[in-house]
Ligand binder design. Sequence first.
Ligand code: SF4
Length: 208
Amino acid sequence: MSEKNMSCVDCAVRNCEFLNRMYPDFCLTTELTEEQTREVLDLYGQEENHRTMCAAAEVETEGYLKECRVEEVIHFAEKIGAKKLGIATCVGLLRESRTLAKILRNRGFEVYGAACKVGAVPKTKVGIDPKCEAIGVSMCNPIMQAKLMNAAGTDLNLVVGLCVGHDSLFYKYSEALATTVVTKDRVLGHNPAAALYTADSYYSKLMK
Ligand code: SF4
């Protein structure tokens, strides 16, 4: 592979993390201009970004190798001062979202949930190929989920198992910060990393 096509995914050095090694020739860090760095650092100076970044760093540090993601999400929400949490859930994970809501309410949060099929819109109404009705006639409605949460005034939105792409639209239209509690993978128990861990063995078909 030519160096011009190489980027961080091809790096085995990670000097940006360790700061005590050599940067590779194709390094993104060494190619940054002062202006790019300054622009981004200025953005971290904005109030919401600053609060979010500091809270995320503290959650990572304090919970490192101790807290599961649900615990980290709770601590993050507390640290940014969120009171009302939105749960954008897949209907297939409503049971898990109910459990999450119970946990969050026990911690004093107000919870507002919207399921992916909210609005009960037929898939064909928005031009989805009728063949997609094979797994259900009602479309997922992530924009509506986001709009409902925006109207409800949620402080932080939590994604529970939205489909690939539906999650993209939810993030696009969510006015509040959003984080993921469950990443949907129907085949691998919502653990997509399993396919990557086993890409040189059981999931070698991905490499073809
Ligand atoms: S920024 Fe540079 S050192 Fe860091 S992972 Fe990317 S290429 Fe490697």
